[in-house]
Design a protein around this ligand. Structure first.
Ligand SMILES: Nc1nc2c(ncn2[C@@H]2O[C@H](COP(=O)(O)OP(=O)(O)OP(=O)(O)O)[C@@H](O)[C@H]2O)c(=O)[nH]1
Ligand SMILES: [Zn+2]
Length: 311
């Protein structure tokens, strides 16, 4: 019996990397399931499994190790079942830009709420700092101060001018990372710089897409030559499909959560109650107005509820 990491899942076949570095094709034993949630797929990339290596060099997965976290999406609109996109994610790197394109604060906040709900630590990576001139500098600084003050690590990089790329590599080293961000912020450029030759959004995915198959089946983890993994899945962009109870939303705003214990009412929504420490702090500017506005808009947004559209 050997322990391994699921690198790729295509339907009911899995590519697994054993601890000795060998990679093999595996199938899973029937009725292999963690009974935490109802899912259409029992196993996903990032899962740690026990494998029985067979004589023909393939493997039989006999056990899934408990997950520290996972991201899901609903299998279909009507279904109550979920499709697990990836598991055991150490961190998410949200790539943002102040200009070309301008990443909205509301977008960042929605992403962070989701990541908090999934218990995935998130680092904000400000790319294209080469474009930051005197007029944009205060904007960049204000973004950074909002997020650093509530505990999110921020990196400033430029793929174009190779600024802090080593720092970015250090951040990724030996971790399983999810890379997200709006279209055009430079995700592909950064990845190519970090790991030349690592072509995410593989041909295989596109080919499968053309045939009209579910691309979700093709989640994959890519190994970094200096240690660590990057998760690439179509799910990354729509990352955020998680149902959060309105009344728990404040748990996922670290600064609001911290203040909430000083609220007069234990079931305070932090929207209209007298004696609310959050409202008080927001009025005094002790919480960034944009953060409080994000809280309100996520709380009230029934239809789009807690579903950041990451594209
Ligand atoms: N000035 C500047 N341009 C950059 C930098 N990084 C990337 N770009 C440019 O930004 C554009 C978008 O980069 P991509 O890497 O394609 O962005 P992406 O996030 O992968 O976009 P999608 O594939 O649509 O999600 C390209 O024209 C890049 O050359 C940077 O650090 N500075
Ligand atoms: Zn309150």
């Amino acid at each position: 019996m050997e322990k391994g990491l699921v690198l790729k899942s295509t339907g009911n076949r899995y590519k697994v990397r054993l601890e000795n570095g060998k990679t093999l094709d595996c199938v899973a034993r029937g009725r292999l399931r963690l009974n935490e949630i109802k899912t259409t797929n029992p196993l996903t990339v990032g899962d740690w499994v026990d494998v029985e290596v067979r004589d023909d060099g393939t493997g039989l997965i006999t056990l899934i190790h408990e997950r520290k976290n996972y991201i899901i999406r609903k299998a279909t609109n009507l279904s109550r079942e979920a499709h697990i996109i990836a598991a055991n994610i150490d961190q998410a790197l949200l790539i943002v830009t102040i200009t070309q394109p301008e990443t909205q604060l509301a977008f960042i906040d929605r992403y962070l709420v989701t990541a908090e709900a999934y218990r995935i630590p998130t680092i904000l990576v400000f790319n294209k700092v080469d474009l930051i001139d005197e007029s944009l500098k205060p904007v960049l600084n204000s973004y950074i101060s909002i997020y650093e003050s509530i505990g999110y690590k921020c990196l400033q990089v430029s793929a174009k001018e190779n600024i802090n790329i080593d720092l970015l590599k250090e951040t990724l080293k030996d971790k399983v990372s999810l890379l997200s961000g709006n279209s055009g912020v430079g995700k592909s450029t950064l990845i190519n710089l970090i790991e030349p030759g690592l072509n995410l959004k593989t041909a295989e995915i596109s080919a499968a897409h053309l045939k009209g198959r579910h691309t979700t089946t093709f989640s994959e983890i890519f190994e970094l030559s200096f240690g660590g993994y990057i998760i690439d899945t179509p799910g990354i962009k729509s990352f955020g499909l998680v149902d959060i109870d309105k009344n728990e939303l404040y748990h996922f705003f670290p600064e609001i959560f911290k203040l909430s214990e000083k609220c007069k009412y234990y079931n305070c929504t932090h929207i209209h109650e007298p004696g609310c420490a959050v409202i008080e702090a927001a009025e005094k500017g002790e919480i960034a107005p944009s953060r409080y506005l994000s809280y309100l808009s996520i709380y009230d947004d029934e239809n789009e509820k807690y579903r950041p559209k990451l594209k």
